[in-house]
Design a protein around this ligand. Structure first.
Ligand SMILES: Nc1ncnc2c1ncn2[C@@H]1O[C@H](COP(=O)(O)OP(=O)(O)OP(=O)(O)O)[C@@H](O)[C@H]1O
Ligand SMILES: [Mg+2]
Length: 368
């Protein structure tokens, strides 16, 4: 058989489309450093989202493009370069590439559960992540992540975020002597506290900052959206009709604040019994209806699983504690889709010419 030439390899690879951006990867610059040695090919892939599925699709496409050439071995190296939102002069956290609000309008639907599990799924996929508990009325993050303690400050001006499972964390719960005490926030105080949580906390460089919002009126969302360009919101709902009215209000609030809805998560969608049968305890279709109303995709459905609550109460979210469970897998798939949606939005926003690129790609380390 004739020797493998670089020209032949490049010609074959030229047909490989980036599954996120639907253009040839070589053209976009998401497939690079192609080296041909004997019968093997080495190349780097630049991922714009730490998504398992994206990675698998790209691997398959490259393999099947090269197969007809009789390539023995394909060695791929993966870089992660998450695109960034627009950062203005006044932005309090310019090093944070994406800010994602987890919200609902409705209480008790699983916003905090979704926020912590998405955060950990992103971390495990190789992203740099922070979690801001913006529920200043009833912070849940300290309990759900089993962490307490007062954040330190070396210079008396900036605050070092706490860290757990490799994720940077900030919550009003860390600053309260008695976490059960109620705080009455007046507008300017609320604004000031949030400003401090963003500007004064040393978040460092992050791919995603996930923000867990309180239920209800939207004053926190408003305050955040006024301070910076937010990448978008994830709306959490449960399937039943009575929950939906408040969730619609949450979606409308996003529209008013000019915060794009990235997708909808339906939580407590069904219960799977020991025989594997699904029971739709709270009815069906709520998530889909909200998604249609928001003109955004339904990112996924999370089963009602006692483990979710138990591990949440124990300070290790289910994604970290039992990654193979149905609920953890659902959260992980949602995190994958979310990162792809974010990358696509940035790509489209920039006119879709080249893959969104920012400085310093990092070699991807995946823990799952
Ligand atoms: N899929 C699930 N399976 C089982 N329990 C769940 C699930 N999702 C959430 N829970 C439990 O339901 C309760 C409410 O969830 P969570 O605190 O995340 O809701 P929330 O929307 O943040 O509430 P709030 O409006 O008070 O902030 C928690 O005890 C949580 O552990
Ligand atoms: Mg909550």
């Amino acid at each position: 058989m004739s020797a493998l030439t670089r020209e032949a390899v490049l010609a074959a690879l030229a047909t490989v489309e980036d599954p996120a951006f639907h253009k040839p990867m070589l053209e976009l610059g998401t497939l690079l450093e192609v080296v041909v040695e004997n019968e093997s090919v080495r190349a780097s892939v630049r991922l714009s989202a730490p998504s398992d599925e994206l990675q698998m699709t790209i691997r398959e496409r490259i393999h099947s493009a090269l197969k007809p050439l009789g390539v023995d071995q394909v060695i791929l190296e993966w870089d992660l370069q998450v695109p960034t939102r627009d950062v203005g002069q006044e932005d309090p956290i310019p090093q944070v590439r994406n800010v994602v609000l987890v919200m609902s309008g409705k209480g008790g639907v699983g916003k905090s559960t979704t926020a912590v599990n998405l955060t950990l799924a992103l971390k495990r996929a190789g992203a740099r992540v922070g979690l801001l508990d913006a529920d200043i009325y009833g912070p849940s993050i300290p309990t759900m992540l089993g962490i307490q303690g007062f954040p330190s400050s070396e210079d008396g001006k900036t605050i070092e975020p706490l860290e757990r499972f490799g994720v940077k964390l900030m919550s009003i719960g860390f600053l309260m002597e008695d976490p059960k005490a109620a705080i009455v926030w007046r507008g300017p105080m609320l604004h000031g506290a949030l400003q401090q949580f963003l500007q004064d906390v040393r978040w460092g460089e992050l791919d995603y900052l996930i923000v867990d919002l309180p239920p209800g009126t939207g004053d926190v969302a408003l305050s955040l959206a006024q301070k910076m360009k937010v990448t978008g919101a994830v709306i959490v709902t449960t399937p039943q009709e009575v929950a939906l009215q408040d969730v619609y209000k949450g979606v409308s609030m996003c529209e008013k604040l000019n915060v794009p809805v990235l997708g909808v998560v339906e939580n407590m969608s069904f219960f799977i019994d020991s025989a594997g049968v699904k029971h739709y305890l709270f009815g069906e279709g709520g998530g889909q209806r909200i998604a249609e109303f928001a003109k955004a995709p339904l990112l996924g459905q999370i089963p009602l699983e006692p483990k979710v609550r138990e591990w949440g109460d124990n300070g290790t979210p289910v994604v970290q504690a039992v990654p193979q469970s149905d609920a953890a897998q659902a959260f992980t798939r949602i995190a994958d889709s979310l990162t792809e949606i974010i990358a696509k939005r940035h790509f489209e926003r920039r006119g879709g010419e080249k893959a969104p690129s920012t400085s310093g790609p990092r070699r991807l380390k995946i823990v799952r």
